[in-house]
Write a protein that binds this ligand. Structure first.
Ligand SMILES: [Zn+2]
Ligand SMILES: [Zn+2]
Length: 111
């Protein structure tokens, strides 16, 4: 017999799964995790270079402008990638090829 002592672990999805899985199915498909993603991010996805959504607590900020690509990257990840494949420097940006679609992509140089 579980010893809860009144301290139920507060994981909302656990609670829902345990009692009311039918109600879950009728929920709109919107992962709760994405609530704080800024509007800038069309692609709610992860950085396509390091495959995670956070690097040093930052979300991927650079999005490929190619409509069929639209991958997003951390500034640091994309900068390192671009520099490793001979990107060109323009003032405070580097311009190179998107790792995914190989179209031009511009990345600010990380501070
Ligand atoms: Zn990254
Ligand atoms: Zn691209």
């Amino acid at each position: 017999m579980p010893q809860n002592n009144g301290q139920v672990p507060t994981k909302p999805y656990n609670r829902a799964n345990a009692t009311d899985s039918k109600r879950l199915e009728s929920f709109p498909q919107k992962p709760a995790v994405e609530e704080r993603v800024p509007d800038l991010l069309v692609n709610s996805g992860d950085c396509s270079i390091c495959f995670s959504s956070r690097l040093n607590d930052k979300l991927p900020e650079v999005i490929c402008k190619n409509k069929v690509c639209e991958n997003c990257y951390h500034v640091e990840c994309l900068y390192e990638w671009l520099m490793s494949v001979n990107a060109r420097r323009f003032f405070s940006d580097v311009v190179g090829l998107c790792p995914n679609c190989e179209k031009n992509i511009t990345c600010p140089i990380p501070k």
